[in-house]
Design a protein. Structure first.
Length: 197
């Protein structure tokens, strides 16, 4: 095995009242990573009570909510970031977007350099994987819809902060997977976790 990695898993499913496929996949990834000797931390955004940003001024000059300081510290600690979320109305759930808006603030995700307010990408040197569950077939989302929301996340948030490379896993037709399909995807996540991939 390569050197152990520091991995943070961001569980982006906003429903903490019941386990969902996103939770099962994230747990399988974490189990594979832990078994392979990687250090793993988990951020479950559904369990964090934080306010929504409502202005550019607040984003640029406001104080990070206390409840989100451990999450921001975990992202800073990590070498590899793995996001799990379901596709809702063609995009990530609003709670995950609100979380990312809060933690990816100036001074953390990037820092001004001279006249360029986004000059230094502070999260460079980290890699990421985005795992999305969706009701439609993954090929339809990837080729017909061009995976637009996932590409936006990768380019405009993760890549903007310097994270690269970024890989994605689209788990489509989730209502038709059945027990065998879920088990296959869990095995895939376990193997990815073991490789910190």
């Amino acid at each position: 095995m390569d050197d152990p990695h520091r991995i943070v898993i961001i569980q982006g499913h906003p429903d903490a009242t019941a386990p969902h496929l996103c939770h099962a996949l994230a747990q399988a990834y974490a189990a594979g990573a832990t078994a392979a000797g990687h250090a793993v931390r988990v951020i479950d955004i559904a369990t964090i009570d934080f306010p929504w940003l409502r202005s550019q001024h607040e984003w640029e000059l406001g104080v990070l909510p206390t409840a989100l300081k451990p999450a921001q510290a975990d992202i800073g600690w990590a070498q590899h970031i793995v996001l799990f979320f379901p596709l809702w109305l063609g995009d990530m759930p609003a709670l995950l977007k609100g979380f990312l808006e809060q933690v990816a603030r100036p001074g953390f995700a990037f820092t001004a350099e001279g006249s360029n307010p986004f000059g230094r990408k502070n999260l460079a040197g980290r890699s990421a994987r985005v795992v999305v569950t969706l009701g439609m077939p993954a090929l339809v989302y990837r080729w017909y819809f061009r995976a637009h929301s996932v590409k936006s996340l990768e380019r405009n948030i993760l890549g903007f902060a310097g994270i690269a490379p970024i890989h994605e896993t689209l788990v489509g037709s989730v209502d038709e997977l059945g027990d065998d399909g879920v088990a296959r995807w869990k095995r895939r996540m376990h193997a990815l976790g073991a490789k910190a991939g």
